[in-house]
Each structure stands twice: as C-alpha cells, then as structure tokens.
Design a protein around this ligand. Structure first.
Ligand code: UN1
Length: 513
C-alpha cells in the first residue's frame, strides 16, 4: 500500500487509526462496536471505525430535525453556494479520495477518480439546480383565481448506500437533497466505512465554516440494524436505498408500513444486444469494460450478451480474445484493468455462480478461478469468466455481483433479442449495438427495452450524472441523480388563491347559505 501513498491519502482526508462513525457535523461521537476495515487489495487493516448505537442515532435524528427547521429557511441559491464550496474541496481532494475508494473498495484507481468526478459533476449540477427548483403555474377554472405549485424542503432524508460506489451514490442523493433544503443522514456500507468518514469530514468542515446548522450532513455507521433505525423511523420522510433486491424489499416494506417514501435503486441484470451490423471493435470495448470494470460489481455491469447468429462466432471469439489481455492485480497500479472483489464472501458467490451455470448446462468459454500467490494475498482476486448460457437458467436470471458474463444467441428479428433482454426480473440498464436505424428505434420504443436506461452504441455501465438514474421492475423504480430526480427530495404543494370578493366553488357546485 505504501508505494501508492495510502498513508498520505488517509492523512489528507483527516482519518485516524480509530475513527468515529457517527457525526452530526462537527460533533463526532460513537459508542458502538468497532468495525475494522480491511483492504481487499492487500488484506491489510486500513483503520477502524466505531459504529452507531441506538442512543447515538437519537442524537443524530434530533440534530437533523432541529437543523432542518433552520436550513429550510435558507434561500435555495445560498444552499447551493454551500454545495459549491463543498465541491471545491472535492476538487482539491480528488486524488486522495479516489485513492482511498480504490484501496478500501478495490476498484481501479482510474475508476476511483471517476467516482469522485461523478461527485464533482453532481455538485455542479446541484448548484445550478439551486436556482431552478421550479413548479408550474396553472389556469384556474374559476374567475379571479390563480393556481400554482411550489416545491418545499421535505425534511430528513435517510441515505443507504452500497460498497460498490461508496462515495458517488451518497453525493447523488445528498447534493440534491441539500439544495432542496433537506437534512441528510447517511449510512454508508459497513464494508467501506472509512470512505464514508472521509466524506463526512469534508462536509462537516465546509458546513461549520459557513455556519450551516448542525445535523444537515450526518453520518451513521454499521450494518443493516443501523439502517433499520432510519427505515422504521417516521421522522425520516424519505429513504433512498441502493443495494441488493433482497435489501430493497426489506427496506421498502419497513418504509411502506409507516407510509414513508422510498427511492430504491437495486440490482440489475443488464444486457447488450449485438446485432448483425454492430461495430465489433466498439462492441468488444463496451462489453468487456461493462463486464469486468469494477470487477463486475456495478449495478450497471454487463451480465449478458445477446448476439445475433450471423455474427455470433465473430463476436464471441473477439471477446474471448480480449479477455486474454485483461491484467488482474493491485487496482492502484494503473497497469491493471481489474482489481479484487470486495471480500471473500463475494468470492464464494462468484464461485457458486460458475458452478451453477455448468450444473444448469452452460458451457465455460473463459475459465474463472481465484488467483493465488504474490500480489493476490488478500484472497479476493478472481479471473473474469465467460459462459455460454440460456436466458432461462436460474443463475442467469439472478444478479451475481462478480465478473461473470453470460452469452447467448438470437436469430431473426431484433424483437427476439428484446424478448431475451426483457425476460428477467430486473430492469436497470440495457444497450444495443447497431447501425441500423430501424433496430435502434425499435429498441428505444414502447415495445423495446423495459429498462430505466437504454443505450445505443455504448455499453450498459458508466452513466453520466445528467440523466435520471435507476430502473424498473425489481430494480425498484427509483430515479436518482440528474433530470428531475430532485423532485423526490421535496414536497409538492398546490396553491389556489382567490382574489375576488366572492367564493365560487370548483366544478360549478352551488352552496348558498
Ligand atoms: C452503481 O453501480 O450503483 O452508470 C452505480 C454507472 C455509474 C454508476 C453505477 N455511473 O456505471
């Protein structure tokens, strides 16, 4: 780790050997168990973080509720100015934060930097948005009446994020929620607790310098039990949760039981359709980056390739060949494409998927396996694998968070490919590689892809922040990040104003006293 400057990065980010994992801002405290964070890169202990107890949580929610009452009165552009300053700090600390993301989570340094870049981009977006929280005006059916709608701050927003994007997903939510006037309580993944503390350090510093009320950015740390404190808490009107479908179902039910709002961004089972006149070179780059990038641990990772029979062998051979060029190793070393999986449990899931696909009748085209020996001591490095499989296989229907790519053939019209692509329970991201206008438009039509993201001539992963991010079906239906995703962080109010001396009723109802 040392040759890559990890110690310095930890120092730049204000991290200690033992860190508090609970904060309401400047105020740091935790009385829970210690979580040790080991790097999947080299298996070394990076640092420790104290988790949040029920009593700690009470302090956090109390501060958040109180802070919100003041924060909601700040003009939105002034809130935007705070996000602008926070973003200046992100720009300054991009390298150490990107490095810590890479070291604690295991994605390549390039991707770690990319993740911080997503934070920077969403903050820029949020600053502009702080002057554009627009509502509509409507024409009243009654004379002398005016009708319009406005968006008000919602309250305390609970953010639950996953290990795979340990910083970006928080920022997609929090940057928008802050300009919308909300207080945010963040539970990051217990697998990446140090990156969470690093982010909260930055927010806490900028916020206190600007006299932002305590509690507007708060951090809680721990496993699902800590998350549950928020999901069951009626003081938290919105829960935004990113993670597995299993987790999402539990969160959705807990929040629904108290009629709260939830924004869910759950698993994907993303496919690329490769048509007869696809550009093969671009298809290979898009598919391989999609399948092995972040070691297959993006919710947008490419899981399935649906290839037309006319180009099946050509594309298959090109992809199999490309896999031979993939360098697996320390993700901080920029010569490597692929780092480790997050932990040994993830390695087990990966192995189980490979066993299962063979058991169900699949054919391995690129052999997987766990890497051993020098540089692979953490036990988390695996070989990206490819299997020929049927869409109907149970394992193919299931999202395995690992670099396992399933390829399958279609014949005839693109509608046959669409049937396969839509024939899964998840609906996050999708792509088609084609130069044929009819196929592309068909794919984008109402009869086309059923996913929240549908791309033409690019892969399934690597979405920009400007669009709404999320998906349908078991992906959960939520939308984060760009477009009008901000609306979920506010409450909409419809206002009708009568400026006459009469009181006419809507729908022409007569009611004389
Ligand atoms: C995720 O995996 O949870 O589109 C988010 C992408 C990234 C975000 C992925 N911008 O691949």
């Amino acid at each position: 780790a040392e040759e890559f400057g990890i110690k310095q990065a930890l120092k730049d980010l204000g991290l200690n050997e033992v860190n508090n994992g609970t904060s309401t801002g400047e105020n740091w405290f935790s009385n829970g168990e210690i979580i040790e964070s080991y790097s999947p890169v080299d298996g070394e202990l990076i640092g420790k973080v104290k988790s949040t107890t029920k009593e700690d949580y009470e302090k956090v929610i109390t501060a958040a509720e109180k802070g919100f009452k003041e924060w909601r009165t700040w003009p939105a552009p002034q809130r935007g100015e705070i996000v602008r300053q926070f973003n200046d700090e992100l720009r300054r600390l991009k390298e150490p934060l990107g490095k810590l993301v890479s070291y604690e989570m295991g994605k390549s340094y390039q991707e770690g930097l990319g993740e911080v870049q997503e934070m920077i981009d969403i903050c820029d977006f949020a600053v502009g948005l702080s002057r554009q929280l627009h509502g509509l005006t409507m024409h009243s059916e009654r004379p002398g009446h005016r009708m319009y709608e406005q968006y008000h701050p919602l309250g305390v927003v609970g953010i639950i994020s996953a290990f795979n994007f340990p910083v970006a997903v928080w920022s997609w939510n929090t940057a928008l929620a802050w300009v919308c006037g909300d207080a945010c309580i963040w539970k990051g993944s217990e697998k990446t607790p140090l990156t969470s503390v690093a982010c909260q350090n930055i927010a806490a510093r900028v916020f206190s310098e600007n006299k932002v009320p305590e509690g507007i950015s708060a951090l809680i740390t721990g496993d699902y039990k800590v998350g549950e404190m928020m999901t069951k808490d009626e003081r938290v009107p919105l829960i935004s949760a990113t993670g597995s479908i299993r987790m999402g179902k539990i969160v959705a039910q807990a929040v629904a039981a108290r009629l709260g709002k939830s924004l869910l961004e759950l698993g994907g089972n993303n496919a690329i359709i490769v048509t007869p006149d696809a550009n093969i070179k671009n298809t290979v780059i898009g598919a391989v980056f999609g399948a092995v990038g972040t070691c297959g641990q993006r919710c947008t990772s490419t899981r399935r390739l649906i290839i037309h029979e006319d180009v099946y062998d050509e594309v298959k051979d090109a992809i199999v060949n490309a896999y031979k060029q993939i360098r697996i190793g320390n993700p901080l070393d920029e010569n490597n494409h692929v780092g480790p999986l997050i932990d040994k449990d993830a390695v087990k899931n990966y192995q189980a998927a490979l066993d299962k696909v063979v058991e169900e009748g699949g054919k391995i085209l690129v052999e997987g396996g766990v890497l051993e020996g020098e540089g692979y001591e953490s036990g988390c490095y695996v070989k990206p694998a490819i299997a020929e499989a049927k869409n109907s296989f149970e394992i193919v229907q299931h999202e395995t968070f690992a670099p396992v790519l399933y390829i399958m053939k279609y014949s005839g019209d693109v509608s046959n490919a669409l049937e396969l692509q839509n024939g899964v329970r998840q609906g996050l991201s999708s792509a088609i590689m084609t130069n044929n206008l009819r196929e592309a438009e068909r794919f984008l039509s109402a009869e086309g892809s059923d996913c929240g993201i549908a791309n033409v001539n690019i892969g399934t992963s690597g979405a920009e922040i400007g669009g709404a991010f999320g998906g349908e079906k078991e992906t959960g239906g939520g939308r984060e990040s760009g477009s009008d995703a901000w609306k979920v962080y506010m409450r909409r109010q419809t206002n009708t104003i009568n400026y006459t001396t009469e009181l006419p009723l809507a729908q022409g109802i007569k009611f004389d006293l």
